[in-house]
Every structure is written in structure tokens, then in C-alpha cells.
Design a protein around this ligand. Structure first.
Ligand code: GAL
Length: 683
């Protein structure tokens, strides 16, 4: 099978583990910065990221470039062995530029134009903005071409972080051109794809097509909406590519990343292919409940890895932080180091802590950094310093390795998320159910990740496709081959019921997966709540209420029924079925894969797939994740509890942080404790 170039198993090509922080020297006086380079060096830094919001410092007025300030800082850091990742500063176009071209300011769906005074205020499709983006990129690239301390670039900062939609006139023109190309200049083909006969929407030419606006009026045509989201991804990819082309042409040795991950960008498409490595900004403390944080963190990290393989973390939460209107809790002592190891375990090949020093000015005064507002080093610094020293020991083991998983949920497709969004019908997105299933498996100690159906499934024993209503029939043959070779596939209700134009399919559902699943959906609808809800029964257990949705299905010959609906007109109708084909199995679930349904269904899927957890299933606070490089196996054993120690059964191996050999058996793991174990080769 051809492996997708951005496989979840792709290790990074970085030649070292980069470790450092985003740094904003422009916020500080020379006196305040006096110790920075030395303190960074003592913390084990080899990289800082700079300049993503410093356009006005580098070009205070049009055409007047002043790089002297950054030159000096880069040189001072370089003298301490710390290199620089520069950024194109296009997330914050300066005032002289927005004054000159007020129509480059973004417009929201209500027609309101953004104002200068925050960030991400320009529209990426605006020709003048694009021209100035190329100009500043060219000027920076030329200036730093031969600077040995500049090793790489970040494009812009967090595209689509605040919102992705844009409704400027230039966006509309570019959207029309995008559609014309996509539909080969044949307007009838667009009318056909979108089904514009409905509500008299047919178009006579591409120049007639507006940008779809939520609530103006709502709902828009689902094909129109999906193509708009594809266009937003295309527009940002073009904008980024212009910068990347300039950087690569100037110095091909530079490596280039972008820090995500946000909506309406097809990271697994051209956007990700253009980069050397994808960045993922990781702020796990947005999940305020420590009980679930380790599971939601694992899901988010795995979701990032599903897009392009191992990733870079340009911003890793260091401390508590916020800006109006929120303030997240902060990691307790030992927790910043612990979550750093969680990130690495799940595929981070470099780490930078947001940010070097807490800032006293601007909208992010309380996004706390490594060093306090008073310029004093305290516990966060010391913890990061310890982690930095440890990274030097681990670096050779980490680079070139990939995260090993044997079960996964489907994730990472723009058409699926954007198409689903247009037809949410008051229900939750497929990503919610993917997260629920992922967290269930993670909580029970399984080696679970996120994988796109087009990716390499070869190591997987269990694969769950939650409720991907939009589904590409081209994914089916590889799934079939994988199942026949021994995989267990779980397919949730509503999957494969819509096509790539976001229209309901004409075949009986689940359409292109019908034969593989061995079921036929003959009726479906919203499950009523209250006194008339539907229950299910499976594995000798009953569940009184199944959330949201039901399907009435019929099964093909030879398909086993593992669970049934229990009420009224559904009573006795299959809820969970099992088809055996080749060496594998397909389980179909005729409802949503939510909380208690998972308790009933996943044990059957795990039985069929022979997946085994890495630890006893009842110790929810301990996480074990494996990275592999050829025959070498690294285990990250992490205790997420702030106060309690646990005894964990571990195999024989070398404890890489302690530098000692351990025998197979129970090992104590202190609160927020971390072990990195290279397993003995005879295992
Ligand atoms: C990121 C962003 C940073 C900073 C940080 C803390 O999303 O890239 O510039 O805003 O969050 O809010």
C-alpha cells in the first residue's frame, strides 16, 4: 500500500531535539534582558523563536527596514549556542499598512470590518496584503540569508486561530476564481454538484456566486458551505506558499514550520506538504479538570500527529495564563515537566515553552511565562531546566522514532468536518465521538491514537470510524484489505451517508461501506428523549437511554447480532453487529458512540481485535505510551496524580533518566513521576 507522505508514523527530519521558548526581546529594555542569553543557556536551550509580531520594529515605516535590533539579539544568543527560529510577522500588519489599505482589514459575516488594535486583522486574500507579505518576507530572508544562527522559519502565527471566515470583496473574487477552476469553468457542473435546483439557487456564471454567510440567511446550501471551507484552506495555503517559496529560494537549508492547529485548514493536504514539520501549540490547561486532562491532552496530541506525523511544539504551556475573558489554571510543581513528557511521548520532536518572560504590557499580561514579571527565576524555570538537561540524554533515542499504537479513531479530514458542520442538525460533531472513543481506550490503558483512513493502517488491530457522514468511497478498498488481513473495524451510525459534494448518497446506507459492514440501514432518525427514549441490550447488560439517534438495520447472511434495541418499534432490531471477513471483523453500531454505549460496545471490539492494554486497566492516573525506532522500544510511564504514588508493573529495561537497569516487576512512581524506559531487547 502507498503510504501517505504525511503519515501519522512519519518521524521528523530534524537533526536535533530543539528546546527553548518564544522570545519577545522587543518588549524589554536592554537592562531587563541582560541575563537572558546566559539563563537560557543554563536552562539547556538551543533555540528561541522571534519576531512573529514585530513587523513595526523591523519596518517602522514603509520600505525602511531596521534589522539591527534583532541582529544584536540573535548574535548574543548565538554566542551562547542558542539559535533562532524567525517568523514572518504577517499576523500583525503595522498601522502604516492598514492605514494605507483599510480595505485589507478583515470583514466578518455581519459585514463589520475589523479595526487596527489587536492581531490577525488583515484578510489573507487581499492583493495588497499579499504583496506586502511577500515584500517583508523577501526583505527578512535576504537580510538573514547568511546568518549562521538563523536555522529555520515559522510562517505567520496560528492561521485561523481567532476565526477562519473572511467576507472581503477580494475573498469573494478569489472564491469565484477557485470555484471556476474546481468546476472546470462549467457553471452547470457546479449547479449539479450543489443541487441548486433546490430553493431556486441556480447560478448563471461564477461571478454570481456570493460567499455563504451564516445567518444571512441561514441555512446555506451545504455544497456551497463545504466549498467555502475548502476555499478558506486553499486561500491560506496560497498565502503561506508565497512566503515559503521566497524562504526556500533564499536558503534551502532553512526548515520551515507553521504553528497550528485550527479549523478550516487541510493540514494533510498541500498546506502540510509545503512544510518541513507541522507545529502544534499545546495548552492542555484549558481542560480544567485534572481527572480528564491527561485523556483530553492525549487526544489533542494524537490529533496533531494524525495530520503530518511527529510534530514540533512551538508553544507549550508553562504556567497558568489567560487574556480576557479567561484565565486557565497553571501546572502545579512537577506538572510542567510531566506534561512535557506527555507531549514527547505522543510525538513531539521539539519543544518550546510559551514564553520566556511574562509580559507587563499588552493584551497578554497574564499569559505567564517561564520567568516572572519581576524577572526572577523560580520553579517553572528550574523544572524546564531539569527537562532541558534530560532532553540532551534522550535526544538520540527520540529522533527517528515514531509513536506505536495498535488502535485508533478516524481523524484529520477537512471535508468531513466542514461537510458535517453544514448538516449538524443540532447534534454533536464527529470529532466529539472520536474523542469519547479515544478517551475511553486511553483511560483503560490501550495504545490508542488518531489516524486518517487513507493513512498507513498496518500496525492497527482496531480502527473506529465514529460518524463520518461525508465519506470518500476511494477509502473503502484499503479498509477492506486491512480488515481481511486481520483488522477489526468499528463503524458508527450515519457513516458514509453523504458524498464529497455534501449531498445524501443515492444508495442504501452505509453506501460504499454497506458490503463491508454487512448491514443495510432501512430507517433512521432522532431518538426521542424523556419517557419515550430507546434503550439497548448487549453483552448481557442493558442501557435505558441511548442518546440522539437511531438506525433500524437489517443484516446480511452470516452477520452476527451482538446487541439489540429494546423499545417499541425498534425492539429486537440489531444495535451492534459483527461481520467476519477474511481474518478480520467489522462491527457496526446503529447509534452514536457516546459515554455508556462505549462501555457496552468497546469490550466486544477489543475482544475481536485482541488488543491488550499496557497497564492494568483500573489505574486511570498512570499513562504508558510507546515510541519505536526499528527494534528499539521506548516506554514513557507517567503518573498524572499530584499527590499519590502508584506501583506499576514494568518490563525489564534501562531507565534512561536515572541511567540504571531495572528488572521486570513493580516499580514505584511518585506523584507527577516520569520514567523513560528502553525495553530490554529480548522482550
Ligand atoms: C497562542 C498564540 C500566542 C499567544 C498564546 C497565549 O495561541 O500563538 O501568540 O497568544 O496563544 O495566548
Amino acid at each position: 500500500m502507498d503510504t501517505h507522505p504525511l503519515s501519522h508514523k512519519r518521524p521528523s527530519k530534524l537533526d536535533r531535539f530543539w528546546f527553548g521558548a518564544p522570545y519577545y526581546p522587543e518588549h524589554w529594555t536592554a537592562e531587563e534582558r541582560r541575563n537572558d542569553a546566559q539563563w537560557m543557556q543554563e536552562a539547556g536551550f538551543n533555540l528561541v523563536r522571534m519576531a512573529e509580531f514585530a513587523w513595526d520594529r523591523m519596518e517602522p515605516t514603509e520600505g525602511v527596514f531596521e534589522f539591527g535590533f534583532f541582529d544584536e539579539v540573535i548574535a548574543e544568543l548565538g554566542a551562547q549556542g542558542i539559535q533562532t527560529l524567525l517568523c514572518t510577522p504577517t499576523a500583525t500588519p503595522p498601522r502604516w499598512l492598514t492605514r494605507k489599505h483599510p480595505d485589507m482589514l478583515r470583514v466578518d459575516a455581519n459585514g463589520k470590518r475589523m479595526e487596527h488594535g489587536s492581531r490577525q486583522h488583515a484578510c489573507y486574500t487581499h492583493p495588497a496584503f499579499r504583496e506586502h507579505s511577500r515584500r517583508i518576507t523577501r526583505a527578512m530572508a535576504k537580510h538573514y540569508r547568511d546568518n549562521p544562527n538563523v536555522v529555520g522559519w515559522q510562517t505567520d502565527n496560528e492561521f485561523h486561530c481567532l476565526f477562519s471566515e473572511t467576507y472581503t470583496a477580494s475573498a469573494e473574487r478569489m472564491f469565484q476564481a477557485f470555484l471556476a477552476k474546481h468546476y472546470r469553468f462549467d457553471i452547470q457542473s457546479l449547479n449539479q454538484a450543489w443541487g441548486t435546483a433546490f430553493w431556486s439557487q441556480s447560478y448563471l456564471g461564477f461571478e454570481d456566486i456570493p460567499l455563504p454567510k451564516p445567518n444571512h440567511p441561514w441555512p446555506p446550501n451545504p455544497g456551497h458551505w463545504l466549498d467555502y471551507k475548502r476555499f478558506l484552506s486553499h486561500a491560506i495555503t496560497c498565502f503561506q506558499r508565497e512566503q515559503i517559496n521566497i524562504l526556500r529560494a533564499t536558503n534551502p537549508k532553512w526548515w520551515i514550520l507553521h504553528n497550528g492547529i485550527f479549523g478550516d485548514i487541510d493540514y494533510r493536504g498541500a498546506f502540510g506538504e509545503d512544510l518541513d514539520i507541522l507545529g502544534y501549540d499545546y495548552y492542555p490547561m484549558f481542560e480544567v479538570d485534572p481527572r480528564t486532562r491527561k485523556d483530553s491532552g492525549a487526544f489533542n496530541l494524537d490529533r496533531a500527529r494524525a495530520l503530518c506525523g511527529n510534530f514540533f511544539i512551538p508553544e507549550h504551556q508553562t504556567s497558568g495564563g489567560g487574556q480576557n475573558p479567561f484565565y486557565t489554571p497553571g501546572p502545579e510543581p512537577g506538572e510542567t515537566r510531566l506534561i512535557s513528557y506527555q507531549s514527547i511521548a505522543h510525538g513531539a520532536d521539539s519543544l518550546m515553552y510559551f514564553r520566556w518572560r511574562s509580559c507587563r504590557v499588552g493584551a497578554e499580561q497574564y499569559w505567564n511565562g517561564i520567568i516572572g514579571h519581576d524577572n526572577v527565576r523560580r520553579r517553572h524555570y528550574r523544572e524546564i531546566q531539569q527537562t532541558g538537561q534530560e532532553m540532551r540524554k534522550l535526544e538520540p533515542e527520540l529522533l527517528g522514532s515514531h509513536v506505536h499504537i495498535d488502535c485508533a479513531v478516524a481523524s484529520g479530514d477537512l471535508d468531513v468536518s466542514a461537510g458535517g458542520e453544514a448538516m449538524r442538525l443540532g447534534m454533536r460533531p464527529e470529532s466529539h465521538y472520536a474523542e469519547q472513543a479515544h478517551q475511553w481506550l486511553h483511560r483503560h490503558g490501550y495504545q490508542v491514537g488518531c489516524v486518517h483512513p487513507q493513512d498507513d493502517l498496518s500496525d492497527l488491530k482496531l480502527y473506529i470510524i465514529p460518524h463520518w457522514t461525508v465519506f470518500d468511497p476511494q477509502w473503502t478498498p484499503a479498509l477492506k484489505t486491512w480488515v481481511e488481513a486481520g483488522g477489526t473495524l468499528v463503524v458508527g451510525a450515519r457513516t458514509a451517508t453523504r458524498d464529497l459534494n455534501n449531498r445524501v448518497i443515492s444508495e442504501t446506507p452505509p453506501g460504499c461501506l454497506r458490503e463491508l459492514c454487512g448491514v443495510k440501514v432501512v430507517e433512521s432518525g432522532r431518538a426521542p428523549a424523556g419517557g419515550r427514549s430507546f434503550g439497548i441490550e448487549a453483552n448481557g447488560e442493558e442501557l435505558e437511554t441511548v442518546e440522539d439517534y437511531y438506525e433500524k438495520i437489517e443484516v446480511d447472511k452470516g452477520v452476527e447480532v451482538l446487541g439489540t434495541w429494546t423499545d417499541r418499534f425498534l425492539a429486537g432490531s440489531p444495535f451492534m453487529t459483527l461481520r467476519t471477513t477474511g481474518k478480520g471483523h467489522v462491527i457496526y453500531i446503529a447509534g452514536h458512540l457516546s459515554g455508556s454505549v462505549l462501555n457496552l460496545c468497546l469490550p466486544s471490539a477489543l475482544d475481536a481485535s485482541h488488543c491488550k492494554p499496557l497497564r492494568s486497566t483500573d489505574n486511570e492516573w498512570v499513562e504508558i505510551v510507546e515510541r519505536r525506532k526499528r527494534d528499539a522500544r521506548l516506554w514513557f510511564v507517567l503518573n498524572h496524580h499530584a499527590q499519590q504514588s502508584f506501583s506499576v508493573k514494568l518490563p525489564a529495561g534501562v531507565d534512561l533518566l536515572a541511567g540504571t537497569c531495572i528488572q521486570e516487576g513493580e516499580q514505584d512512581l511518585e506523584p507527577f513521576g516520569v520514567r523513560v524506559l528502553r525495553l530490554a531487547s529480548d522482550r
